[in-house]
Each structure stands twice: as C-alpha cells, then as structure tokens.
Design a protein around this ligand. Structure first.
Ligand SMILES: [Zn+2]
Ligand SMILES: [Zn+2]
Length: 244
C-alpha cells in the first residue's frame, strides 16, 4: 500500500513535474531550484537588453544610434533550455511552454516596475495578414493576452504590417533596418490614435535579436503620439545572428 502522501499527490496531479528537471512540483512549471538556477542575472543594456561586460548601463550601439524606445525588458537569454521551450511554443504551439515563459516575463516586469510606472497599454508585434491567415496564431498576441490578464493592462491590437517581412536571416543589421522602414503602421482609426496620445506603451515580442523590429515599431508609435515605448520580450539573443 502506498503510504507516502507525496505519491498520492503525484497520482492526483500526474502532470505537475518541473519542465526542466522533471522533479515533482506542487505548482507545475519549474521547481524552485531550477527557478533559481535559470534566473538571468546578467548585466544588460538598459535600452536594448544586450548583455554587457561592465555595468555602464547603455551599450555602444544605443549611444551611437539611440532607439525610439526607452527600455527593453526580457526574461531570459535565448539559449537552451529557454530557446527549446520558445521554439516549442512558437512552432508547435505548446501553450504550457508559452505559459511558463510568459510567467517568467511577468515576474521580471513586476521586479522592475513600480505599479505607477507600468504602461497604459500592451501592443503585440503584428504578423502580416497573409502570414496570420496561414499560421492562425500570433505568438506575440497570445503573450500579450497572458500579460494583460495578470498585470491588468489592456492589450491594443492597433498595428499592422504593410508587407511581409520575408526571411531576414541573411540580411545585415543595416539592411534589416532598411527592410522594415515603413512596414509597421498604426490602424487607420482616429479613436485608436487618440487613445495613444501621451501614453506609455509596451510592445510585446517573443524574441529580440537585432532590435530592427523594436526600432521600427517604436518609431511609428512615437510618431503617432505615444509618450514612451518600452519593449517586453520573452528572450533576447546574445548576438544579432537570428531572425527577428
Ligand atoms: Zn527542476
Ligand atoms: Zn543597447
């Protein structure tokens, strides 16, 4: 007879195991030791979240070419196991991994912002309508909904892409920036534009690499009247070699 109460709990909740080490957990997601071990404690640029070797605060690129966004918050570095979970969420639509990663971003946001400083709106990075039709899933919108529920900040689907991005992996950073110029547009809706005036907003993305997307979107939102744009992302690459 099974007298260990933990085993009964395991039988009652068979899926509550740590995503990383598969140890039993009460809450699911990650166990406490894995939470601690996978905590991202690296020094990062305040503006673009690129890892820095010294606590200077802002990287050379952000000083030379200041972006229109103010601050980037990312929960994790884009490296295993986080990169595997992210691909699983994005490509296989495993929403358990989506929840796990969104929770890590929510915790990071809560640790960095006072309640008064939180943005007024969350704005997901849009897909081109053709890609949205084909995929039937926009991971940024899904993440924005999770954040919206937990942080009580409304999500605004106010942007659209005027043309598909195509494969940007072979492009240099400058070419990516050029390629995205004028791609993101605010919806042609006077009420939406009015809503944005002098507001603080956070753009929601899954991965940040070159910051080309973040730069293009934040320029458009500032041009349309937003007072401050922050970028919130599940993960950030250490270099600028992947597609964003
Ligand atoms: Zn674990
Ligand atoms: Zn930077």
């Amino acid at each position: 007879m099974n007298r260990n109460p933990l085993n009964w709990l395991r039988l009652a909740q068979p899926h509550q195991t740590c995503r990383h080490c598969h140890a039993f957990t009460i809450s699911g997601g990650l166990c406490a030791p894995c939470q601690n071990a996978l905590q991202d404690t690296r020094l990062r640029c305040f503006r673009c979240a690129l890892p820095l070797n010294d606590p200077a605060g802002i990287c050379g690129e952000c000083i030379a070419n200041p972006p229109a966004f103010e601050q980037t918050v990312c929960a994790d570095s884009y490296r295993p196991p986080v990169s595997h979970w992210l691909q699983n969420f994005k490509d296989s639509r495993d929403l358990r991994d989506g929840h796990l990663l969104s929770q890590r971003l929510i915790q990071r946001v809560k640790s960095l912002y006072c309640t008064d400083d939180l943005p007024h709106y969350l704005i997901p990075v849009p897909l081109h309508w053709r890609r949205a039709l084909w995929r039937n899933f926009n991971q940024s919108s899904w993440i924005a909904r999770q954040l919206s529920k937990e942080l009580h900040i409304p999500a605004l689907q106010c942007l659209h892409r005027t043309r598909p991005g195509g494969d940007q992996r072979h492009l240099s950073r400058q070419d990516r920036l050029r390629n995205l110029r004028g791609v993101f547009k605010l919806a042609d809706d006077p009420a939406m534009r009015q809503q944005l005036q002098q507001r603080h907003v956070a753009v929601i993305d899954d991965v940040i690499t070159t910051t080309a997307t973040a730069r293009a979107i934040s320029s458009e939102l500032r041009r349309q009247g937003a007072a401050r744009v922050d970028i919130w992302s599940l993960a950030r690459t250490d270099k600028t070699h992947l597609s964003d």
